[in-house]
Design a protein around this ligand. Structure first.
Ligand SMILES: Cc1cc2nc3c(=O)[nH]c(=O)nc-3n(C[C@H](O)[C@H](O)[C@H](O)COP(=O)(O)O)c2cc1C
Length: 180
């Protein structure tokens, strides 16, 4: 049975390096899992979560929850902003809860500014995803700006190989989930 993977690009910026990373993994996994979906938080602009039930009726929120509910697994890429995940990604995750994540494998990666950035964002993302009871893979990846060209294309072959390994880890976790 084909599984459904939701890819989330956690940057609110146009031309984000985060999106360049998502494009690579989306393409790699789409070939294996036909039902992959992509949610780009630059295009999919959510209101600031405020707990008002009226927000649940908004198209962007309904669509986010539908995609997350239908997903069997997630691949989430965050930018590192001030040592953490983006506000846009945290806000999107605040609209969700364990109903959307419990028991589902999640692969994570970060796009950082170089100079050894990225790990803090990944640790922060793990902490937040623990809050929604996701099964985050132990493997992860950080992309640096020198791996992405001026057109927003991820050009580093060694990086593509490392991302492919992460994609295979997610595909393998999906198979394991399916067999239990
Ligand atoms: C508000 C802001 C804060 C940032 N803070 C960090 C940081 O703490 N560590 C880091 O490595 N890069 C930092 N960066 C650089 C981004 O990680 C870098 O631009 C990377 O490309 C990911 O962002 P993007 O997907 O929006 O392009 C920051 C960028 C912005 C806009």
């Amino acid at each position: 049975m084909s599984k459904n993977v939701l890819f989330i690009s956690g940057s609110p910026r146009a031309g984000a390096n985060t999106k360049a990373v998502v494009n690579v993994v989306y393409r790699l996994l789409r070939d294996k899992q036909g039902n992959s979906q992509l949610l780009d938080l630059h295009r999919h602009v959510l209101p600031l979560f405020n707990g008002d039930p009226a927000q649940q009726e908004l198209d962007t929120v309904v669509q986010l929850r539908k995609l997350a509910k239908e997903a069997d697994a997630f691949f989430i890429v965050t930018p590192e902003y001030h040592n953490g995940i983006s506000g846009a990604l945290k806000n999107a995750l605040d609209f969700l809860n364990s109903d959307y994540f419990q028991g589902k494998p999640v692969a994570i990666a970060a796009a950082a500014g170089g100079g050894k950035g990225g790990i803090n964002a990944l640790n922060n993302l793990r902490l937040v995803l623990r809050g929604v009871q996701a099964n985050v893979l132990s493997t992860q990846y950080v992309a640096d700006p020198n791996q992405i060209d001026q057109h927003g294309i991820f050009i580093d072959e060694a990086g593509v190989q490392a991302l492919q390994a992460l994609v295979l880890d997610l595909a393998s976790a999906l198979k394991t989930e399916a067999s239990v």
